[in-house]
Design a protein around this ligand. Structure first.
Ligand SMILES: [Fe+2]
Length: 305
């Protein structure tokens, strides 16, 4: 568990226990995974997500690793259901079957529960029950600068009135992952999201890591070491969630800015981050749960947007 004070963590754990089964119109549960695969652990994790009563799934790129878009679609549909809302953004492994993935994600973005605009799977701006999810592709297309993504994010939030905002993409900067991935996105996209008070979730490295509240991401300036995050314009956190089922990797790069890490060295093979956003009190209880249903991290977000 991150943080050292016992009482804030305890509050968060108690809330999380209740939220494992609770579901209502005013509580919106969003699950986030990346680097999914098509194996038994991938399926097991999807069943956990379903049993947790998630309302929406975000897939942060690198889908099946077999260039099998329809097998990937079938797996997610068979377990989550035909109408379950999913927002997916392309990873580097998804480019060989770009057109087929785009077709699938375009259909998914047309889910009546989602209000999406933009280019599905590449740069899109979706709203789900008042929560805004902006997906982008920094570092994915060699001929496209990350400034395009940064500008897209900037414009998507320019007129936003959403109390909860999520930035989703696949790749990372070296310091925003716990393995051997290099700098691939630039810092601009991270900073644009932080300046707009958006939670940042990525994949690419096959691990889970939760940063502290940051007020400057390139310089890893920590605004608070609490497990209760006060999110506002200028202060947000980074959530690497790349344990969708394909594999888990060793810790190779660490830093003081991480509040909690799960990876091969902590004995975690697969897992999903789930946040339960309470639309009435502007709080969200988040937890990382593995494919066996064991909760391995929990924390609380409060929005001041
Ligand atoms: Fe990747």
């Amino acid at each position: 568990m991150g943080g050292c004070g016992s009482s804030p963590t305890q509050v968060s754990l108690d809330q999380t226990k209740n939220l494992h089964t609770l579901s209502s119109d005013r509580i919106v549960k969003i699950a986030m995974i990346g680097d999914q695969g098509l194996g038994e652990k991938s399926r097991k994790l999807l069943r956990v997500i379903k049993r947790q009563n998630a309302d929406l799934l975000l897939i942060n790129g690198d889908f099946d690793y077999k260039n099998d878009p329809y097998g990937w679609e079938r797996m997610n549909r068979d377990i989550l259901g035909e109408d379950f809302p999913i927002i997916a953004v392309l990873g580097n492994h998804d480019l060989p079957q770009y057109d087929a993935y785009k077709d699938i994600i375009t259909r998914w973005n047309n889910n009546p529960q989602l209000d999406c605009k933009g280019d599905p799977g590449v740069r899109s701006d979706c709203t789900f029950k008042g929560i805004q999810i902006v997906s982008s592709s920094p570092g994915i297309f060699p001929d496209q600068s990350s400034e395009i993504d940064q500008n897209y994010i900037h414009n998507a939030f320019a007129q936003s009135t959403s109390p909860w905002r999520i930035c989703q993409w696949h790749k990372t900067m070296h310091d925003m992952q716990t393995g051997t991935k290099e700098d691939e996105t630039g810092w601009g996209v991270y900073e644009e999201c932080r300046e707009n008070g958006a939670i940042i979730t990525t994949g690419h490295e096959h691990a889970y890591a939760r940063s502290y509240l940051l007020s400057d991401i390139p310089n890893k300036q920590v605004a608070s070491f609490s497990d209760i995050y006060d999110i506002e314009k200028g202060k947000s956190l980074v959530l690497l969630s790349g344990l969708g089922g394909l594999s888990s990797r060793h810790l190779r790069h660490d830093g003081y800015w991480w509040a909690h890490k799960e990876n091969l060295d902590t004995g975690t093979d697969a897992g999903a981050l789930i946040c339960a956003f309470n639309l009435d009190n502007r709080q969200s209880s988040c937890y990382f749960i593995d494919e066996n249903g064991e909760t391995k991290d929990s924390f609380t977000l409060r929005t001041h947007l």
